[in-house]
Design a protein around this ligand. Structure first.
Ligand code: BG6
Ligand code: MG
Length: 216
């Protein structure tokens, strides 16, 4: 029995652009520059770690209270973006792959660092496609720690070595590898060279490839 685990941000939906807008506003308000390249480095990284990195890049030290206020502010801003999302923001061919897995009766879980995962899945009407949802509210250790994927495997009742993970971030691919799962990188070969397979997006993943994962 196989188990299929999907990261959310950058795999199912392109929410990196909304994280970017919210982090940029926050950084700029603090007088810190924030580029798209820096945003790349925040992919797969938890909210707390992301703010720590931004403050570090700007050489800023702040009190714990200000830190918590900034975290809440960033999330409010991010929520204002994702509250407008709908099905049109599902990345190309993701529904085809999910539907094929459903048709083949394969267990499917989400494995995301985001605490907003459920909200986003509801906005894009995909929540019902998942047999399990493991997100930032369920874990104490962030990717590259494999915790999120190991919990997903457990909830699906599938052994880690029989799980297949779709990930767009360096930390996420590493987490899947550490968990002894098959890692499928979604993105650039230059960035995700440590994945077992790499595709630029789901349009490159054929039904035959998915079927071969199920059968082997
Ligand atoms: C990851 C994103 O999926 O979730 C990161 O790639 C983000 O950019 C992290 O920081 C936490 O998300 P949230 O929604 O809980 O702030
Ligand atoms: Mg991601």
């Amino acid at each position: 029995m196989r188990g299929f685990i999907f990261d959310l941000d950058g795999v199912i939906v392109d929410t990196a652009k909304y994280h970017y807008l919210a982090w940029k506003k926050l950084a700029n308000d603090l007088g810190i520059d924030f580029t798209e390249e820096e945003n790349e480095q925040l992919k797969g990284v938890s909210r707390v770690k992301s703010l720590e990195k931004i403050l570090d890049w700007g050489n800023k030290t702040i009190s714990e209270q200000s830190f918590n206020e900034l975290m809440a502010k960033k999330n409010d801003d991010y929520l204002s973006h994702i509250s407008k999302m709908d099905e049109s923001e599902i990345l190309p061919d993701v529904p085809r792959v999910l539907n094929l897995l459903k048709k083949k009766k394969q267990p499917i879980s989400l494995g995301s660092a985001s605490k907003n995962a459920r909200t986003i899945l509801e906005r894009v009407s995909l929540k019902n496609q998942f047999d399990a949802i493991v997100d930032g509210n369920d874990v104490s250790k962030a990717k590259p720690d494999p915790e999120v994927f190991l919990i997903a495997a457990k909830r699906l009742n599938v052994k880690p070595e029989n799980c297949i993970v779709f990930e767009d971030s360096v930390a996420g691919v590493e987490a899947a590898n550490v968990a002894n799962m098959i890692s499928i990188g979604i993105g650039s070969k230059d960035v995700l060279g440590h994945a077992d397979y790499i595709f630029s997006d789901f349009t490159e993943i054929s039904d035959e490839f998915i079927k071969s994962l199920i059968e082997n």
